[in-house]
Design a protein around this ligand. Structure first.
Ligand code: ACO
Ligand code: OAA
Ligand code: MG
Length: 290
């Protein structure tokens, strides 16, 4: 079964105590960061620490993703060369363009052959965080069969657009919709940008509900305190589950009577509504609610 990615928790790659506990924080994926959470003077130390963490720490069921520096930065290519050898589950390509994803993919193919790893075993998670990236997202996704999801980077995107970021997030609505639609089209995960204000609990909950309603499959987190809230809001509610079960039961009854369309509590039920109900049931089962 495909992996659940409701939460992807960032942690700075140069912080040993955070890395040490990474596997017990409940996040579906862990993103060990070599990019913006690490200062220039710490880049080499972070790369060494992340390599050794992947080799020695038990991450339990969490997926391990390493966010590399931009290829143009002078650190990115070295990050790929050094980190791929310890076989993380995936690399996150920052400020992603089609050309960058292709370059990283080709490097990985070579390293996998040299190290005796299975071909395409190291996946890619492009971080789309520029206007150009948003407008060329289809090309980014199709530039490598390793791509398993896209993370939307709201901070860099709004910097690139020359606008302010707000807790309401109206300014990134277009980008969110574009990421969701492109990812759905290619059946990969669409992960929302993190919410940075750890003290604004209501704003955080509204932000999760909004990205869920737009179709994001998960959300990045920057602090372990955010993980449970994201899981709770992403899970189907008891009311949604009951309604979905009602639809499925009514459908089975209608099928016995040879009907394709029928009504439940006065509301028409047909194929798309049944498909949505099946989605809810599947999600409830995967998250242990059924
Ligand atoms: C726009 C972007 O690029 S986002 C991606 C890059 N950013 C990051 O990776 C930032 C990750 N997050 C952090 O570094 C921190 O959570 C901060 C700086 C935002 C807040 O730090 P604090 O105020 O110290 O957090 P807080 O008080 O909640 O920490 C409580 C505990 O959780 C730990 N913790 C906090 N954040 C994380 C994290 N992301 N991963 C793992 N452990 C963490 C702390 O080490 C601390 O542990 P301790 O009790 O053993 O000392
Ligand atoms: O949203 C993210 O994944 C973090 C990031 O790099 C950004 O926002 O620029
Ligand atoms: Mg960024």
């Amino acid at each position: 079964m495909e992996r659940l990615r409701r939460t992807m928790l960032f942690m700075p790659g140069n912080n040993p105590s955070m890395l040490q506990n990474a596997g017990i924080l409940g996040a579906d994926s862990i993103i060990l960061d070599l990019e913006d959470a690490v200062s220039i003077s710490e880049k080499d130390a972070a790369r060494i620490l992340v390599r050794s963490a992947i080799k020695t720490i038990d991450f339990y069921d969490s997926e391990v993703v390493v966010r590399i520096n931009p290829l143009s930065s002078g650190f990115g290519l070295g990050d790929v060369a050094e980190i791929a050898k310890v076989k993380p589950d995936a690399l996150m390509v920052t400020k992603a363009t089609r050309a960058d994803v292709k370059t990283v993919c080709e490097m990985l193919t070579k390293i996998e052959a040299e190290e005796g790893f299975e071909k395409n075993s190291i996946k890619l998670f492009p971080l789309v965080e520029s206007a150009y990236g948003i407008e060329t997202i289809h090309e980014i996704i199709t530039s490598s069969e390793r791509v398993i999801g896209i993370l939307l980077g709201g901070e860099d995107l709004t910097a690139d657009l020359g606008i302010q970021r707000t807790p309401e997030g109206e300014e990134i609505s277009y980008a969110r919709a574009k990421v969701v639609s492109a990812c759905r089209a290619h059946k990969i995960d669409a992960i929302d940008t993190p919410f940075a204000d750890l003290n604004d609990c209501q704003g955080f909950e509204r932000d999760i509900a909004k990205c869920k309603s737009l179709g994001m499959t998960g959300k990045a987190a920057i602090n372990p305190r955010q993980v449970d809230t994201i899981h709770e809001i992403f899970a189907p509610t008891q009311e949604e589950i009951r309604y979905a079960q009602g639809v499925i039961e009514a459908m089975e009854e209608a099928q016995r009577e040879g009907k394709g369309v029928f009504s439940m509590d006065g509301k028409m039920i047909d194929a798309p509504i049944i498909a949505r109900a099946e989605n809810v049931i599947q999600k409830a089962k995967r998250t242990g609610l059924m």
